[in-house]
Design a protein around this ligand. Structure first.
Ligand SMILES: [Zn+2]
Length: 130
């Protein structure tokens, strides 16, 4: 059942919103002068106060989600490369996989952490700052 005015799960997940209120951002805004900002999380939600690191090492499990995403990426790169080329080279394939995984690293990092926290923290339509 969809509650009125409640943000939907999928758009909230892909825009890395707080799992509890789906309004606050999980990550700090990206700044071109600080590339590390791609990987920096807000400690708590600005909208509802939910902590984004419920316990030390919480995001260790996000590694498994990232692993699955990279496996899917490698299969996709392999299929596309095999389809487009007539003289298949394993070295070229590995280089293409490396480039693809480096380019998508910030997206996979953010998405895997977001999916991981969405598994453990449920949406609360009444969530707000105390
Ligand atoms: Zn929140």
């Amino acid at each position: 059942m969809k509650l009125k005015n409640s943000p939907s799960l999928v758009p909230s997940l892909f825009s890395c919103r707080c799992p509890k209120c789906r309004k606050g951002s999980l990550f700090v805004p990206f700044n071109f002068k600080r590339l590390g900002s791609l990987f920096t999380m807000n400690p708590v939600c600005q909208a509802c106060g939910q902590t984004f690191e419920p316990e030390p090492g919480f995001y260790f499990g996000a590694m498994f989600i990232s692993y699955a995403m990279n496996t899917a990426l490698f299969i996709l790169v392999w299929v596309i490369y095999s389809y487009l080329t007539s003289n298949f080279s394993i070295v070229t394939l590995l280089i293409l996989m490396g480039i693809a995984s480096i380019l998508l690293l910030p997206i996979f990092f953010r998405l895997s952490r977001t999916i991981w926290i969405y598994i453990f923290i449920r949406f609360d339509s009444k969530a707000k700052a105390d």
